[in-house]
Design a protein around this ligand. Structure first.
Ligand code: PHE
Length: 452
């Protein structure tokens, strides 16, 4: 029996659900880390240029594929390219999203554990310090696995409720809540003594720090953060209505994503500078350094310290959840539509595969460090394979497909909503998709493979 496909009901639902996918650990953990690593404001300046020049046009290209075909990722690429080799982009997107969900759920699981621990009052003030607390948890033989699987099951529960009731409703509730929590933490962080050094670091560019490496880092961060290259945007766009303005939605989503990243920077850097913590600490910035920051910054008032810790990890869980929902949906729609399974069964298949990947990743980064491939832990390997190879490659191929292979009339119809919108920017966008995006993405790709 043919199943009715869902649709996002409202304009705001489209924006919030897709922004929910984009906003995640990439904004709150990876963006501040990269900013700290690459010199602050100058990196942010380049990042914004990359989002505007390459990210937004790339998003519109994926939206065109998704809305034109109203199908899961694999079918969408097969249909729009008329079969043949281009279909591989869709299958690659399904595979990439499963691997990302597997390792992303491990970090999201850490956030979930930290959330419970902060509610129980155990995150700040652990005997031996926050570093010891993190080590004890992440190397525990079963806890990281339990939290990884719990996070995937939480995602499953939302996704199986369907597009409108599950994804759209969850995003409508979670995204505004996320903003409120961010603003509360921002005010708390910026009021700390010495916070102004962190604010200067974020907004006063020192262009002498710029190098080609920083430029390419900014590009890579833009892809990961906007969920570009996994067919995730294509899958969500398959639920857009004919009235959705693709270019405007892409701009709004990119705007929200960038705003959240900068808000996260405004929470982390003023606090880190205030207590003299190195901003360049990777994963430990959130799980090891921040509890110390909360403790030193708000330690005089235990209630504030408690509330800030609980709010922060709640925020991390919410942000990660709206992203894992989008990754899960790619596989769920793929399995249910391609294998003709009921949606619920398709979702279980996706959950099962991702849980297995997640369990191995959790073990490799904790209890069983011998689980290694190519000199990296399995978790680092999954991250490298997806972020550094598959994402740029998927995005590169999508730009070539939409720019050069799909008939111009089809692309123009989607861009202008069948000539009901002004199409003034269509020519510029097409030029960017055809030339600027492929060249720049190829440069990121080669740089990440250490070829240039
Ligand atoms: N954009 C998400 C983040 O910033 C991660 C993500 C990547 C989500 C790819 C979906 C697909 O955390």
């Amino acid at each position: 029996m043919k199943q009715e496909r869902g649709h996002f009901r409202s304009k705001i639902g489209v924006i919030l659900a897709t922004a929910g996918s984009a906003v995640g650990l990439g904004n709150i953990w990876r963006f501040p880390y990269m900013t700290g690593h690459d010199g602050g404001a100058a990196f942010i300046f380049l990042y914004i240029i990359c989002v505007l020049l390459l990210g937004v046009p790339g998003m519109v290209a994926e939206f065109v594929v998704g809305r034109h075909t109203s199908a899961n990722a694999a079918k969408a690429y097969r249909k729009i390219s008329g079969g043949g080799g281009w279909s591989v982009i869709g299958y690659m997107g399904v595979f990439t999203s499963m691997v990302i969900l597997g390792f992303y759920a491990v970090v999201a699981g850490w956030c979930l554990e930290y959330f419970f621990a902060s509610v129980a009052g155990n995150v700040v003030g652990y005997p031996g310090g926050a570093g010891e607390a993190f080590r004890a948890f992440s190397t525990n033989s079963y806890l990281p696995m339990v939290f990884t699987v719990a996070f995937i099951l939480l995602t499953h529960a939302v996704v199986t409720r369907g597009v409108r009731k599950g994804i759209e409703r969850a995003s409508n509730l979670l995204m505004p809540l996320l903003f409120i929590l961010l603003l509360v933490l921002l005010v708390a962080s910026c009021m700390l003594p010495g916070a102004s050094a962190g604010i200067r670091f974020l907004f006063k560019p020192d262009f002498s720090q710029l190098s080609s490496g920083v430029m390419l880092d900014a590009l890579g961060q833009a892809f990961f953060s906007l969920s570009l290259g996994t067919a995730c945007l294509c899958t969500y766009a398959s639920y857009f209505s004919r009235q959705t303005n693709l270019a405007r939605s892409a701009s709004q989503i990119a705007g929200i994503d960038t705003l959240v990243a900068i808000l996260a920077g405004l929470i982390i850097f003023p606090a880190a500078f205030s207590v003299g913590v190195n901003p360049d600490s990777g994963p430990s910035l959130i799980f090891i350094t921040l509890p110390e920051v909360f403790c030193k910054a708000f330690g005089g008032v235990p209630v504030v310290e408690y509330v800030v810790a609980v709010l922060f990890y709640a925020l991390m869980v919410l942000a990660a959840l709206t992203s894992t929902i989008s990754m899960h949906e790619i596989g769920t729609s793929f399995f249910s539509e391609e294998l003709g399974l009921p949606r619920g069964r398709g979702a279980w298949l996706e959950t099962g595969i991702c849980a297995v990947i997640g369990i191995f990743c959790a073990l490799s980064s904790g209890a069983v460090p011998e689980l290694r491939l190519f000199g990296l832990s399995l978790m680092e390997c999954c991250d490298f394979l997806t972020s550094n190879i598959l994402l740029p490659f998927g995005s590169f191929l999508t730009c070539l497909l939409v720019g050069w292979v799909v008939p111009r009339r089809v692309v123009e119809d989607e861009f202008t909503n069948w000539h009901t919108l002004r199409g003034g920017l269509f020519g510029v966008w097409l030029f960017v998709i055809r030339f600027v995006c492929p060249v720049c993405i190829a440069a990121v790709f080669l740089h990440q493979l250490r070829v240039i």
